[in-house]
Write a protein that binds this ligand. Structure first.
Ligand code: 13P
Ligand code: SF4
Length: 334
């Protein structure tokens, strides 16, 4: 009996399960700030995190900005308030540092559409192709890639690859097709999709445009073409944020995860932001993976330094090259 309890506790520890309810009287914001100082930890948060997490973060950004922060930080511990592939990227860049993710189950439906073994076979079947993978993929898929990109730098990087070089683009088919249309170049595209962005409804978007005729549509390239064709601007989360801040328009329909609205409303409190609705269900567009992280889990994760991201060194080394290539080749792109 005791032995099996030991096995269970060690397994729970491995997956970062902490059986210690958070004291409801604690000021979690203060506690997280204190833990950051005491442990020399940096807290990186993606725009899709809940507002309370964004408010306590040291850096809030898109996938490229957060990778750059992870590559440059001098902190001993990186706490990644985002999803697994983001924390994994931070670990690939910082093998000597502890990288923590508040909930180890915070995965990514898009990354899940691209299992490493099937991707390997796909690439082997197109062995003369250069492999460009969107950062939303596992370390094992990165390890089979020649270059990584994000939605901020994909177009820039693709334009640097000679026209004569055939290219595989994975795993997001909508971003891949958007790049094809933008650049006028054929790609071999993996058939992956994000559950949040594929559910935006063209029908409801058109109804919103009738209701708010002055509103511009700002969309993430992970959206389906049926939605993108109505967009006034297509770009990454940081691109969407910047466009809304700098444009003279006062009203915007936003087709991406609604967490981004927190910073947009802070940037421009007088402007009107309308989340684009999904086809069915509630009218929210939250990523179920991103939203697994909570302020409580963040606090517990920093207190116990668990769950921690680990990976095989051979995969890390192979995944590092295409990430470094991306960082090097997209200097100055934002
Ligand atoms: P960016 O923040 O790089 O635009 O990516 C969006 C996204 O889907 C992250 O999972
Ligand atoms: Fe993955 Fe989509 Fe969530 Fe981004 S929004 S983490 S692509 S499931």
């Amino acid at each position: 009996m005791l032995a099996s309890q030991d096995v269970l506790s060690s397994r729970l520890e491995q997956i970062g399960f902490i059986d210690d309810p958070v004291d409801t009287k604690l000021d979690l914001y203060e506690e997280i700030e204190r833990l950051k100082r005491e442990k020399n930890a940096v807290l990186l948060a993606h725009y899709y995190q809940e507002p309370a997490i964004q408010d306590v973060a040291d850096f809030i950004g898109d996938s490229l900005g957060l990778s750059r922060q992870a590559a440059a930080t001098e902190a001993e511990i990186i706490v990644f308030a985002g999803v697994h592939f983001m924390a994994e990227t931070a670990k690939i860049l910082n093998p000597q540092k502890k990288v923590l993710l508040p909930d180890l189950n915070a995965g990514c439906s898009l990354a899940d559409t691209c299992p490493a073994d099937e991707f390997q076979a796909f690439c082997d079947a197109h062995s003369d192709h250069l492999v460009m993978s969107y950062i939303n993929c596992s370390a094992a898929v990165k390890a089979r890639s020649d270059i990584i990109c994000t939605s901020t730098n994909a177009e820039h990087l693709l334009r640097m690859i000679p026209e004569s070089q055939p290219v595989i683009f994975a795993p997001d088919r909508n971003l891949g097709r958007w790049l094809e249309r933008k650049i006028g170049r054929k790609l071999v595209i993996w058939d992956g999709v994000c559950i949040v962005h594929e559910t935006f409804s063209e029908r409801k978007l058109l109804a919103l445009k009738v209701q708010f005729p002055e509103a511009q549509v700002l969309a993430h390239p992970e959206c389906e073409e049926a939605v993108l064709r109505h967009a006034d601007f297509v770009g990454s989360t940081s691109g969407i944020r910047r466009y809304a801040r700098e444009d003279a328009g006062q009203s915007f329909i936003i087709a991406t995860e609604e967490g981004i609205l927190h910073q947009m409303r802070k940037d421009s409190p007088h402007k009107h932001f309308i989340p684009a609705p999904p086809e069915s269900g509630c009218n929210c567009s939250q990523c179920p993976h991103m939203r697994l992280n909570t302020l409580e889990k963040l606090y517990t994760c920093m207190r116990y330094e668990l769950p921690e991201i680990t990976m095989e060194e051979s995969i890390r080394l192979r995944a590092l090259k295409p990430i470094e290539r991306m960082i090097e080749m997209s200097k100055g792109v934002s």
